[in-house]
Design a protein around this ligand. Structure first.
Ligand SMILES: [Zn+2]
Length: 447
């Protein structure tokens, strides 16, 4: 392993990593493309590359259902809690109402699965709030399609939204970046009317799930111009992607100046994905992570889509290395799932010769359109911190109560015998969560 040049000016970033060994045991059902096993495979690569030694590894304690209702409706969460394969035939109306059944099936332990992936994202946000970590990774999270009262696109509980809500307790502006091949619709929708969260999504657009994410969709009311969408066509390669991602994010950082970033790293934008149609290599995908990291803003890194089982762990293990300023060797270390990576047993995988349908001029045009939207925001002000000011939240969102029980990691035995800490009294120190001492709308109103 060689060290990558650090962008941190010599200050090593404190990286934390959330993982629960149970996650790989959940199954969406036979033939379903979403396989939680990929997170276990990722972890196994992370461990066998020795990357876990460079970060603090946590096993999150599952959050309560109350916690989930900060965003989701009570009846939807109750439904997720009680629905089983045994009682589903008596709940046909509810299954339809909450869009559970086909893409988002009922499976054994569904609710616990949601708790596991969500608790890592919220636990990570709490560590960032407490300034205990600079970067937190939760590859099990990133389920960006879930809606307030509806499952969607293999997602049930929207851990991205819940983590952002947690971050909003101590951060005035949170940036959400989504490089999954699908539009980050659930997160965009949740924050469509607020300027406290900017959502930026790069995705395949046109006859593709979920169908939203037009460049013209920019947010409404106080959220106007705080939703950024970069629609793309099939076959985008590393070079094209870099030519848009870096400049757009650079401008976003310049105009929005977020205090924390949540990055959804869906691996279905990689070449050869079972459901995707992009042509990115690991390096192309990870270049986005590297670039976002270079701004040295508190960063929560999440997983997301990714349906070619052997490639997802490659991608997320490599990106774990990028976040640790470590270049993992191309020869894969021996690991529990070694046979998945044949015939070459290498980390990097070839891209395809498919045509990049994104014309350079079109990409440039879209980029210019987005620059204009971003220019219309007020220049980044020195945000006045007003103590005691009332916190306004978007109409559909609830901020947590002060006395609400906070997430804390527990001290159960660690997965695979590796070093894992409990989250050192995160709950204790946050018993009274700091109220954002900021007037929510003290900063650009956007309209
Ligand atoms: Zn996706």
């Amino acid at each position: 392993m060689a060290s990558l040049p650090s962008n941190t000016g010599g200050n090593k970033r404190r990286v934390s990593y959330f993982y629960d060994a149970e996650i790989g045991n959940y199954h969406y059902g036979q033939g379903h493309p979403m396989k939680p096993h990929r997170v276990r495979m990722t972890h196994n690569l992370v461990v066998n590359y020795g990357l876990y030694r460079q970060m603090e590894v946590f096993r999150p304690k599952p959050i309560s259902s109350q916690h989930m209702t900060r965003f989701h409706s009570d009846d939807y969460i109750n439904f997720l809690r009680v629905i089983t394969q045994d009682n589903m035939q008596h709940n046909y109306t509810q299954l339809q109402r909450f869009n559970v059944g086909e893409d988002c099936p009922v499976f054994d332990g569904l609710f616990e699965f949601c708790q596991l992936y969500t608790s890592g994202s919220i636990g990570g946000a709490i560590r960032l709030n407490n300034k205990q970590s600079d970067v937190v990774i939760n590859w099990a999270g990133g389920l960006h399609h879930a809606k307030k009262s509806e499952a969607s696109g293999f997602c049930y509980v929207n851990d991205c939204v819940l983590a952002i809500l947690e971050l909003l307790k101590t951060h005035q502006r949170v940036l959400y970046i989504d490089i999954d091949i699908h539009h980050g619709d659930g997160v965009e929708e949740a924050f469509y009317t607020t300027n406290r969260v900017m959502t930026v999504s790069f995705h395949k657009f046109g006859e593709y799930f979920p169908g939203t994410g037009d460049v013209k969709d920019v947010g409404v009311a106080q959220g106007k111009n705080y939703a950024i969408n970069f629609p793309l066509a099939d076959g985008i390669n590393d070079q094209s992607y870099r030519s848009i991602f870096r400049p757009v994010i650079e401008k976003v950082m310049e105009h929005y100046s977020p205090e924390a970033i949540v990055m959804q790293c869906g691996a279905d934008s990689l070449s050869g994905d079972r459901l995707g149609c992009f042509n990115l290599s690991l390096k192309g995908h990870a270049d986005c992570v590297q670039y976002v990291k270079s701004f040295n803003v508190p960063l929560l890194v999440l997983g997301g889509g990714g349906y070619t089982l052997r490639n997802v762990p490659r991608c997320w293990a490599y990106e774990t290395g990028v976040l640790l300023d470590t270049e993992p060797s191309d020869m894969l270390p021996y690991n529990d799932y070694f046979e998945y990576y044949g015939p070459d047993y290498r980390l990097h995988m070839p891209t395809s010769n498919m045509e990049d349908m994104n014309k350079r001029e079109t990409l440039e045009e879209t980029k210019i359109q987005l620059f204009e939207i971003l220019r219309s925001l007020e220049a980044v002000p020195g945000v006045p911190i007003e103590t005691g000011a009332e916190v306004k939240t978007p109409a559909t969102l609830r901020m947590p109560e002060e006395d609400e029980e906070m997430t804390e990691a527990d001290d159960r035995p660690t997965g695979e015998g590796r070093r894992q800490h409990d989250a050192e009294q995160v709950g204790e120190t946050l018993r009274v969560p700091p109220k954002p001492e900021i007037k929510a709308n003290a900063w650009p109103l956007g309209t």
